[in-house]
Design a protein around this ligand. Structure first.
Ligand SMILES: Cc1cc2nc3c(=O)[nH]c(=O)nc-3n(C[C@H](O)[C@H](O)[C@H](O)COP(=O)(O)O)c2cc1C
Length: 346
């Protein structure tokens, strides 16, 4: 069932190492200058994203909802996002459409006021599948209403769907449906760990989405997550062999920035403030974090708030060392690409 599927994802992501084999953020370095010529206290990391003002260029990327326990999960994270003035997204809300009792695991978010709240639905749900009807406009509106959300993230998780036995594999016509939906509801197109190519970014832009979350390779691999869920040998092997499929997050940012004018969210393998600075210096407007936040939530020694305070301090430290008072100035600093990333960028 869907609800246990969402719970499985959380449990597996905490218990197993489900990251892609390489974190490509290691292959970028900033060029150091010894004289910052600014005061640390003057560093301002606030940003405007779409029509929202965030206190830091960060958001908690959509992860969950739709099972017992998810209410507490979403409540704790929405509360942190409100306190820190950063964005927050819920995980797929499909379960709430199928079972009224599961709505409260999402509805709890409406009690908090992060500066930006994202709803979430899978792109496969935009069209009729073997076992489900296409999402209606009324349902899409309902998804945003239940969390008092600002934008509906439509996640393109076809890799995940394809490496599990019960996946939704009908994809023909999905862009027409996205276009139709985006003309009535503010949407954000989102990948979930395999990255967005420049051609796909253009397709999303033409479909009328407001922003793109490139969701690239380097962090949580959903093929890896499904590998641990799969019981049967054939699917277990297939999901293992596609574990490292996709476009690395830094590459996806550079390429999408070159092809579209839409605001970009960088999600995929970002766990510290140095990586946040790198993502922004490549052209991302804000950064989304999922796996790292999940582990922080389960960490008994530190709170999620402390985790983000560390990330923010790291981001400011990098900005100080690079002499950047404002977030935008990161775009102009010198970067060096090494290793595999250099091959990708070339
Ligand atoms: C446990 C878990 C559940 C997730 N569920 C969803 C989801 O329902 N919808 C979605 O768009 N992305 C989902 N994601 C993907 C994340 O939003 C993010 O794109 C991806 O994990 C890459 O970021 P990371 O490397 O920081 O984890 C999930 C991630 C995790 C770890």
């Amino acid at each position: 069932m869907i609800e246990s599927r969402k719970e499985d994802h959380v449990k597996i992501s905490l218990k197993e190492d489900v990251d892609s084999s390489k974190n490509y953020w290691e292959d970028i370095e900033f060029y150091h200058h010894s004289v910052p010529e600014i005061d640390f206290q003057d560093i301002d990391i606030g940003v405007d994203f779409l029509d929202k003002s965030l206190d830091a260029p960060l958001m908690i990327a959509g992860m969950t909802g739709g099972y017992e326990g998810a209410e507490d999960f979403n409540e704790r994270l929405a509360s942190v996002a409100e306190t820190l003035g950063i964005g927050f997204g819920v995980g797929s809300q499909r379960a709430a459409l199928e079972n009224d009792e599961l709505r409260k695991s999402y509805e709890t978010v409406a009690r908090y006021s992060p500066p930006m709240v994202l709803g979430n639905i899978g792109a496969p749900q935009l069209i009729k599948q073997k076992a489900s009807e296409a999402l209606s406009l009324a349902e899409a509106n309902e998804l945003l209403e239940m969390i008092e959300g600002d934008y509906l993230a439509v996640h393109f998780n076809y890799l995940q769907e394809a490496v599990q036995p019960e996946g939704d594999l009908k994809a023909k016509g999905v862009i027409d449906s996205l276009k139709e939906l985006s003309s009535k509801v503010p949407t954000i197109a989102k990948e979930t760990g395999a990255g967005v190519s420049p051609q796909t970014a253009l397709t999303f832009q033409n479909a009328g989405v407001k922003a793109i979350d490139v969701g690239g390779k380097g962090g949580t691999s959903f093929s890896a997550v499904e590998h641990y869920r799969n019981q049967e040998d054939k699917m277990k092997t297939i999901s293992k062999n596609l574990w490292n499929w996709g476009i690395p997050t830094p590459v996806s940012i550079v390429e999408c920035r070159g092809s579209v004018s839409l605001p970009l969210i960088a999600t995929g393998g970002i766990k510290n403030g140095v990586q946040v600075a790198k993502a922004i210096s490549l052209g991302a407007d804000i950064v989304g974090m999922a796996g790292g936040v999940l582990r922080a939530l389960a960490d008994e020694k530190r709170t999620v708030e402390e985790y983000f305070e560390r990330v923010i301090r790291e981001l400011k430290t990098v900005m100080f060392l690079l002499g950047c008072e404002e977030i935008d100035e990161l775009l102009n600093v010198k970067k060096i690409f090494t290793g595999d990333l250099k091959n990708w960028i070339d």
